[in-house]
Design a protein around this ligand. Structure first.
Ligand code: SF4
Ligand code: SF4
Length: 448
């Protein structure tokens, strides 16, 4: 399946405000035991147990290499294990924690390392720190790297074919309009970024590293600080044009190769892809042994303000909005992720997880209301689909429950970019259809 690199959408995309907001300590954190698309961790704490910052509270499944540990983001007392809403209409078990103090600040300088850790040490630190690549389909960062000596570090499922990684791609481009935390990190240029990129470079065994910046602002210039040895180069893309910031598109832009779908594993074209935020958490894990207990997010309020901040995992979305003075109005929307591919949530107690990148709040008059109409066969969706699908036909299969037919028409190749829904004159909820069909197909397989 060829990626169709047509630059199709430019949405209003305000500049992020440069200072991160200081949030008050929430009364409760609800820390999900499953914060990524891999299997859940198992709670190892009990009610009334006092935990310190960074303490392990959820142990990963030792049989599942896509499972990740969960740590306490701050000191606190465990209240109970409770189910809370997550994205995608699901609920999941969370450790309810009563914070007793704020998290420690990330130091502006990191201790110098006289001996760079070897690949085995890096692998061990990242596995223990639970660093997860950013994005809805996020998996532990170690999962996608071909280690220096893979048999030594990781049992891969039988039949998994991995190639050596030639190109490490580090993206400072935000995934879609409305998200700004990758750009913010590029400008901040914290030393953890450089340490993280070095560590990923070492562990992946990549021959070269390409740092990609957004050409719109000063971020590209600040990326120059990350290019500290000859194996790195930089390039810029216009992150304001969607879908330039999506992973398969960036991989093609950098390497010229298309990641074969539906697996979409960059190793099949000898690449490894991370966003700057992932490099940040990797840098902290390697330099300080600090687990990933936070998430960089972009909060966009109805007045168009766009604020970037790092929040503790498990912080309820409502607490963040309250601190920012944003009150979602009845009839409005709160979207997790971006405007084109995000998920609407219905409960402000939904906690922040490692998967989430954006919180967009819309007032009722900003929500476009429509009744989906039958497809009129105009073909606009097929013209914009980056994976060359025929979304109109696919959506009809999904709408009428013909999930197998949708699968045969390459439903799995859909990267849920939302472009087809954006251009559809019949206002068909295309991504909803596709996500529903994928879940039904998966559920059918699991039940067999
Ligand atoms: S969401 Fe639509 S445009 Fe995007 S990949 Fe899927 S079918 Fe194509
Ligand atoms: S854009 Fe909408 S109406 Fe046009 S073919 Fe695609 S699904 Fe049908």
């Amino acid at each position: 399946m060829n990626l169709y690199l047509r630059r199709t959408v430019r949405l209003a995309d305000p500049r992020p405000e440069p200072t991160a907001a200081d949030l008050s300590l929430p009364e409760r954190l609800f820390i999900p035991l499953r914060q990524h698309s891999g299997p859940a961790a198992e709670a190892i704490v009990e009610p009334d147990q006092v935990v310190s910052e960074g303490e392990l509270i959820g142990r990963p499944d030792p049989e599942e290499f896509e499972s990740a540990p969960v740590h306490a983001p701050c000191p606190g007392k465990v209240v109970r294990l409770v189910n809370k809403p997550l994205i995608g209409g699901q609920t999941g078990p969370c450790v309810e924690l009563e914070p007793t103090g704020p998290p420690s600040e990330v130091p502006g300088e990191l201790p110098q390392s006289h001996h760079e850790p070897d690949p085995g040490q890096i692998f061990g630190r990242l596995a223990a720190a639970g660093v997860v690549a950013s994005g809805i389909q996020a998996l532990p960062v170690i999962r996608d790297m071909t280690p220096y000596d893979q048999d030594r570090f990781l049992d891969r499922p039988e039949g998994t074919e991995v190639k050596s990684i030639y190109t490490l791609i580090v993206s400072g481009v935000d995934r879609e309009p409305g998200l700004a935390h990758q750009r913010h990190l590029a400008q901040a240029n914290h030393p953890a970024l450089s340490r993280g990129i070095n560590a990923i470079h070492t562990l992946s065994g990549a021959a070269k590293t390409v740092v990609v910046g957004d050409s719109r602002g000063g971020e590209a210039r600040s990326l120059a600080g990350l290019l500290d040895h000859g194996l790195r180069s930089a390039m810029t893309v216009d992150g304001g044009l969607y879908p330039n910031g999506l992973k398969p598109v960036l991989i093609k832009t950098v390497t010229g190769d298309e990641t074969p779908l539906p697996l979409g594993d960059p190793r099949e074209v000898g690449a490894f892809f991370v966003r700057l935020e992932t490099a940040y958490w990797v840098g902290l894990a390697v330099a300080l042994g600090r687990p990933q207990t936070g998430k960089w997010i972009t909060v966009t309020s109805p007045d168009g303000r766009c604020r970037v901040m790092c929040v503790m995992l498990g912080t309820p979305v409502g607490h963040i909005l309250e601190n920012l003075g944003v009150s979602p109005a009845q009839g409005g929307k709160v979207i997790i992720g971006g405007m084109l591919s995000g998920y609407t949530i219905y409960d402000l107690q939904t906690p922040i997880t490692k998967q989430m990148g954006g919180v967009v709040v819309l007032d009722p008059d900003q929500v476009v209301r429509f009744e989906p109409q039958p497809c009129i066969g105009c073909g606009l969706c097929a013209r914009v689909c980056p994976t060359r699908l025929v979304p109109g036909m696919l959506s009809k299969y999904c709408e009428y429950g013909r999930f197998e037919a949708a699968e045969e028409s390459n439903l799995a190749h859909c990267i849920e970019c939302g472009l087809c829904a954006y251009v559809c004159p019949a206002k068909r909820p295309m991504v909803h259809y596709f996500r529903h069909a994928k879940e039904e197909l998966l559920a059918g397989r699991t039940a067999q």
